[in-house]
Design a protein around this ligand. Structure first.
Ligand SMILES: C[S@@+](CC[C@H](N)C(=O)[O-])C[C@H]1O[C@@H](n2cnc3c(N)ncnc32)[C@H](O)[C@@H]1O
Length: 212
């Protein structure tokens, strides 16, 4: 991280916290957290960001960049990071504090289109801050289909949560492999589901058959 990036992050931190709280009070479900992720949670989310080899990393719901900054700090210098955020007020903070990320102001539901636009043919890691269980089934399928089309066979889907273990059965239904990592030093205490091997869903199988 450059000195300038560190200074920008420090400068943006109070604004980021206030904005998060305001957004949470106004539209809780979409923002899904009262504050940006702590460093502990952000580091846990970046478990599969590999400092030893270049990767294509995608972050869904990047907010004001708490996790993005951690991923950029940890990743190989040749890695590429695409950060997607739907909130128009978060995006300028995200861009200012993480200038090395390619930031798209858009909906993660259009993941496939965003990846094509950004020239990301394959993805090695997805880090998601989206409230995946509370998305509509259609939006969730669109996100997971985008991931499925571009993910390498060993790609991790690391999903943040501030409701530890509650959605374990939900992620188990979606993925063959699910591991949970605690991040207790977060307000509220949280954790990360590290998932891979997306299971076939009936909708997806049907779509894939009709496209074949
Ligand atoms: C729990 S916050 C996580 C923010 C950030 N990753 C962090 O850890 O501090 C969820 C973020 O997802 C964004 N979001 C929610 N739905 C989205 C969507 N459909 N597409 C893109 N971003 C979305 C929200 O605006 C919010 O910034």
């Amino acid at each position: 991280m450059t000195g300038r990036e560190a200074a920008t992050r420090l400068h943006e931190a109070p604004r980021s916290r206030l904005l998060f709280l305001q957004k949470f009070l106004r539209e809780g479900r979409r923002v899904a957290s009262v504050a940006p992720s702590s460093q502990t949670l952000a580091r846990a989310a970046c478990r599969y960001v590999d400092p030893r080899q270049p990767q294509s990393i995608v972050e869904l719901g990047a907010g004001t960049g708490a996790v993005t900054a951690s991923a950029l700090e940890r990743c190989h210098p040749w890695s590429r990071l695409l950060a997607i955020e739907v909130d128009l007020d978060f995006v300028p903070i995200l861009r200012a504090s993480c200038p090395r990320a390619l930031v798209i102001h858009g909906d993660a539901e259009h993941l496939d289109a965003h990846l094509s636009w950004a020239g990301f043919e394959r993805i090695d890691v997805v880090i998601s801050g989206l409230a995946l269980p509370s998305l509509t089934a259609q939006a969730r399928d669109a996100v997971l289909d985008g991931y499925h089309r571009h993910a390498t066979p060993t790609a991790w889907f690391s999903q943040l949560t501030v409701m530890p273990l509650l959605f374990w059965p939900f992620y188990n239904r979606l993925f063959h492999e699910v591991r949970f990592e605690w991040a207790l030093w977060n307000a509220p205490p949280g954790g990360v589901y590290h998932c891979r091997g997306l299971r076939a869903r009936s909708g997806r199988s049907q779509r894939e058959r009709s496209n074949a």
